[in-house]
Design a protein around this ligand. Structure first.
Ligand code: NDP
Length: 246
């Protein structure tokens, strides 16, 4: 029997990369899934067809996580389509890297708006549609505590903020029967961080496993945390990073 039968999920930034890996895995485990994208409409529509072919419902919603009103609207659309939200996955995130002396403050604000503020906004909105057994999972990064090169301070700070948010909100959500956890991947082969990109050879040297993760590996970990066997895990930041030592 599938572990997420009769469950509904909402995933931000679900049309490509890690988000799409999560959408696929949740659907394979039986969940109906709504997800957001920004500009890649075709990829989003193709993923909807793929999920529908599995016999699950899928909804693609255009919504920029930088905009709080759009995030709230996408949560409300999901709740209206499915009647409830059992699983929220905050996956959308950006990596803005650059030298300390010239790093633009606009990039600082954009990074925190998308990687941190939108996570809080989505949680606030989604909890109203969640009951006991609800699951909230955010995709942080191993870079929250391990940054192996210069120029990543703001990205690291945004992912460290998610650790604190997860720990703090577990106190608010526990009495509601809802768990919240932060999944911290190491290098995962996506458009954001391709395994044949300029940093890849160096990043592989930082991991005992010596390779990038596949998005399905992150999807499986998220599906476990979203499932019935993970009810005693909350407030945690959990690494899935090939032993990354940066
Ligand atoms: P990608 O850039 O490969 O995929 C991004 C996905 O998110 C697409 O579906 C994209 O839609 C959507 N998206 C981008 N910007 C926004 C936005 N502002 N609002 C809503 N959706 C958006 O990223 P990854 O899959 O690599 O990363 C996903 C998450 O994982 C991020 O939080 C990242 O920080 C984290 N992470 C990634 C690692 C890696 O090595 N790849 C390692 C550790 C953490 P569209 O196609 O329309 O642009």
């Amino acid at each position: 029997m599938s572990t997420l039968e009769n469950k509904t999920a909402f995933v931000t930034g679900g049309s490509r990369g890690i988000g799409a890996g999560i959408v696929r895995k949740l659907a394979k485990e039986g969940a109906d899934v709504a997800f957001t994208y920004v500009s890649g409409k075709e990829a989003a529509e193709n993923l909807v067809k793929e999920i529908e072919a599995l016999g699950r419902k899928a909804v693609a919603i255009q919504a920029d996580s930088a905009n709080a009103a759009s995030v709230i609207a996408s949560v409300e659309t999901t709740a209206a389509q499915f009647g409830k939200i059992d699983i929220l996955v905050n996956n959308a995130g950006v990596g803005t890297f650059g030298p300390l002396d010239t790093y633009p403050l606009e990039d600082f604000d954009k990074t925190f708006d998308i990687n941190v503020r939108s996570v809080f906004v989505a949680i606030q909105a989604a909890v109203k549609h969640m009951g006991t057994g609800g699951r909230i999972i955010t995709i942080g990064s191993t870079n929250a505590t391990r940054m192996p090169f210069e120029g990543g301070g703001v990205y690291a700070a945004s992912k460290a903020a998610v650790q604190g948010l997860t720990l703090g909100l577990s106190r608010d959500l526990g009495p509601l029967g809802i768990t919240i956890n932060n999944v911290q991947p190491g290098p995962v082969n996506t458009d954001l961080n391709p395994e044949d990109g300029p940093f890849a050879d160096f990043l592989r040297t930082q991991m005992p496993v010596g390779r990038y993760a596949h998005v399905d590996e992150i999807g499986s970990f998220v599906a476990y945390l979203a499932g019935p066997d993970a009810g005693f895990i909350t407030g945690a930041s959990l690494n899935i990073d090939g032993g990354f030592k940066g």
